[in-house]
Write a protein that binds this ligand. Sequence first.
Ligand SMILES: NC(=O)C1=CN([C@@H]2O[C@H](COP(=O)(O)OP(=O)(O)OC[C@H]3O[C@@H](n4cnc5c(N)ncnc54)[C@H](OP(=O)(O)O)[C@@H]3O)[C@@H](O)[C@H]2O)C=CC1
Ligand SMILES: O=C(O)CCC(=O)C(=O)O
Length: 411
Amino acid sequence: MNSLVATSRNFRQAARILGLDSKLEKSLLIPFREIKVECSIPRDDGSLASFVGFRVQHDNARGPMKGGIRYHPEVELDEVNALAQLMTWKTAVVDIPYGGAKGGIGCSPRDLSKSELERLTRVFTQKIHDLIGTHTDVPAPDMGTNAQTMAWILDEYSKFHGHSPAVVTGKPIDLGGSLGREAATGRGVVFATDALLGEYGKSIQGLTFAIQGFGNVGSWAAKLIHESGGKIVAIGDVSGTIRNRNGLDIHQLLKHKAEGGLLKDFTGGDAMDPDELLVHECDVLIPCALGGVLHRENAASVKAKYIIEAANHPTDPEADEILSKKGVVVLPDIYANAGGVTVSYFEWVQNIQGFMWHEEKVNLELQRYMKTAFRNIKDMCISHGCNLRMGAFTLGVSRVARATLLRGWEA
Ligand SMILES: NC(=O)C1=CN([C@@H]2O[C@H](COP(=O)(O)OP(=O)(O)OC[C@H]3O[C@@H](n4cnc5c(N)ncnc54)[C@H](OP(=O)(O)O)[C@@H]3O)[C@@H](O)[C@H]2O)C=CC1
Ligand SMILES: O=C(O)CCC(=O)C(=O)O
């Protein structure tokens, strides 16, 4: 199912549960602004290459719009719209003073040199600089982008507006980035997993995990789960998928990758069919890569008892229904991966204060936000008799709806 149709379907279900007025429902669904720009750059060989960049600003009722920028060949407007909408509900779920936005460029970053990526990022920033800003819309990294990408955006933006460190988060530490931001999404995933498992009298220690994706989110989640005594029995990225029924040594795998090795060539595990990863025998499945990977064709075969949505929108609504009938508990993306934007908020606060926090404070505050949000979601589940996804959606949507009504519509 198209990601925008799927996300909007979840929103409408939450609006029905909350009994939202239909005009308010429509106003919350329509994005504030959609930006589509052409980005042409000279390639290193002198030829011209053209790309399409997007920034969708979904809602700003609760504060500046916030969300990552993705570089991936499948980036297109509907998907960016869906991801921007998810950011609006996500920032509200963890109760940070932001709205939602998302951006992206349809490109394959692995096929571009570092200087081509820099040129592309600078051209994109030139096209959108007057529509983003510290108090309007604050980008951050997502798939295919990283702290270096944010440094280029900061530099290009500052040429127009003067030095503005708080215009992006997820920056390098030397440019005002926050300690703990790089690990934050993965760390938040682990706090979220702890909170969920605690409800069932379980803990990470001794459980088995399968993880799809070993980039920023997947590698940090895997490392922290490994260090908490969880056994990662299967993991995969674009290069391939590996398994080890006794548990993969994630520290060794990180070392292997840092030395330039491909995940598929790691000798501490056996190669397996990537399609089998999501239906591999395990207690907890954590998708940390693309959206829409759990769908009606594979959902019935999932063996995990718990799914932690570290990726954005990994589960199609049809898969959601199948999983629910099977009794699989799904911890939704707008909570499970909210650690990244929560520490982005801490970074923005530090930049505005001009004061840097210790990493311990960042991690403790993150844990506090994640624990509070989990309790708030559970309260919504109890009040409305709904599952965790609808608990999170009703929590996020009700907070945004209240802010919208309080601000009013008078011209
Ligand atoms: N970064 C952040 O702070 C946040 C990210 N997210 C979400 O988490 C997910 C991952 O983001 P992030 O870790 O930042 O992205 P990265 O680009 O750092 O990593 C993406 C990972 O996914 C792998 N991957 C891509 N396609 C496939 C595929 N078809 N099968 C298996 N693996 C695949 C990549 O493999 P390879 O390395 O081989 O390319 C890589 O390991 C996304 O859905 C993103 O929206 C959510 C909240 C915050
Ligand atoms: O850190 C941020 O601002 C946004 C992270 C993001 O894109 C996400 O949560 O999906």
